[in-house]
Design a protein around this ligand. Structure first.
Ligand code: SF4
Length: 461
């Protein structure tokens, strides 16, 4: 996960405008990471950074935005995949090189970061964090070249895995996607300012117009001359993470020009065709499964209702519940509506089952509020394989579908029936093909060779 954004505004713009826009762009990307947030900004001379643990609204104050100032900025919301959740690993990170400073913010996971770090350490580079992002930054800083353009273009082909990056120097913003385009990144304009962001919802929030997606393997430099491609490392196929469509991206975003909301509705429609149920009501597990439940209801003719209300403020809290409260489980997160559920045969639509630890309590919660039957429908196939490309799902042995078949999972979660969307149905709903998407957590078909089980803390020293 993680959300990233970059802004380059014209020389005559209000000097606080870039950081103010960045603040609201990060708000729009909050769903991609809630552990920490940060902004690096420049006035053309040096870089200033504010980054702290917490949500965007908690991290930045009005004085912070005034101190940051600047006509260009990059920003980050973090969900840790490599490196633990602590302030040293918050982004953007800044490295100093003989040619100046570079700030960097990263969405993805570099699967060869350990090897690259060992090589750099052998050259005498010292690391302050356990994050693969610092490895990328130090690798670029240590490259040969008289300019950041040259160093970036030399360094990036050494990276393996998934990486969308934004970088900032006193004279330019850079925006990059890995050769497969695993993580999204799009380009927009607001007046004379240029923007990049993980998702189009960030452009919408700040009133910017979508220009195009940054292409897989593209390296863009953005400055007063505009957005200029300085290198193209595209692979011979594409590999956008299909889980962006299923769960990660905001339903209000477009991915590859396709509405995420409409894709999820189509997933629900196909799910209704593949796994019909005799039921009285269709409800979603909010929020990500709402459009799929709408699609299921429309195709099946069964009425859509809201049967679970999500507490939007519980999120990823840093205050751990007491053991007593932990037993409450999903009840801390969802309230069930007895009026909707009482004596009903209920189809409940969810986006995915990872460990299976949430589905069973949801089924219990529905039965506890009067549901007579619970038919669980999942708008993605069983997740049987670990993700190495930036989604912190679970280790393979923790994935329930890696060791149980569908009937055994149904018994485990206590549903009356269980149906998963087929791989073909999921891919068709995106409007793409398996040749354009990463589907590795469902199929085990990794697009980049994965040789070792990378633990999240693999770079901890
Ligand atoms: S393995 Fe799954 S979650 Fe990871 S990038 Fe591929 S499709 Fe996305």
């Amino acid at each position: 996960m993680c959300g990233i954004s970059g802004i380059w505004s014209p020389a005559d713009a209000d000097p606080t405008e870039a950081t103010r826009l960045m603040f609201f762009a990060l708000y729009a990307l909050q769903h991609r990471g809630q552990e920490s947030a940060g902004i690096a900004a420049t006035d053309g001379r040096d870089l200033r950074v504010v980054r702290r643990m917490g949500l965007v609204g908690q991290v930045f104050s009005e004085p912070d935005l005034a101190v940051l100032g600047g006509r260009a900025a990059i920003g980050h919301t973090r969900y840790s995949t490599t490196g633990s959740s602590r302030i040293q690993n918050a982004q953007p990170m800044v490295v100093n090189a003989d040619i100046g400073e570079l700030a960097i913010a990263h969405n993805g996971n570099c699967i060869n970061a350990r090897d690259l770090r060992d090589e750099l350490a052998a050259q005498g580079v010292r690391f302050a964090t356990s994050s693969d992002t610092e490895v990328v930054a130090q690798m670029i800083a240590a490259e040969d070249g008289a300019t950041w353009d040259e160093r970036i273009v030399r360094a990036l082909p050494k990276l393996r895995g998934a990486w969308s990056l934004v970088m900032l120097t006193p004279t330019a913003v850079y925006a990059v996607r890995d050769p497969l385009g695993v993580r999204p990144l799009c380009l927009g304009r607001k007046g004379d300012a240029w923007l990049v962001a993980s998702e189009t919802c960030a452009l919408d929030t700040i009133g910017a117009a979508f220009v195009r997606d940054v292409a897989p393997g593209e390296v863009l430099r953005i400055d007063d001359r505009g957005a200029t491609g300085i290198a193209d490392f595209a692979a011979d196929r594409r590999g956008l993470c299909v889980f962006e469509h299923v769960y990660l991206a905001s339903a209000s975003s477009d991915l590859g020009g396709v509405s995420v909301y409409a894709t999820r509705e189509r997933m629900g429609e196909t799910l209704a065709e593949e796994h019909p149920a005799a039921a009285d009501v269709v409800i979603p597990v909010p929020d990500s499964a709402i459009p799929a439940a709408v699609g299921y209801a429309r195709r099946s003719g069964i009425p859509f209702r809201e049967g679970l209300i999500k507490n939007r403020y519980i999120g990823r809290t840093f205050i751990q519940p007491s053991p007593e409260l932990r037993k409450q489980g999903v009840a801390l997160k969802y309230n069930a509506l007895r009026d909707v559920l009482q004596d009903k045969r209920v189809v409940v639509v969810d986006d995915s089952i990872v460990r299976g630890s949430t589905s069973a309590p949801i089924v219990d919660l529905l039965r506890g509020h009067g549901a007579r039957e619970v038919h669980l429908r999942i708008c993605s196939p069983p997740i049987r394989h670990q993700c190495f490309f930036g989604v912190d799902m679970a280790r393979r042995d923790e994935l329930i579908a890696s060791h149980l078949d569908v009937e055994a999972i149904r018994r485990h979660v206590g549903a009356d029936s269980l149906g998963y969307l087929s791989l073909d149905g999921m891919v068709r709903a995106t409007g793409g093909t398996t040749g354009e998407l990463c589907t590795a957590c469902f199929t085990g078909d990794y697009l980049v060779p994965v040789q070792l089980e990378l633990a999240k803390e693999a770079l901890e020293t």
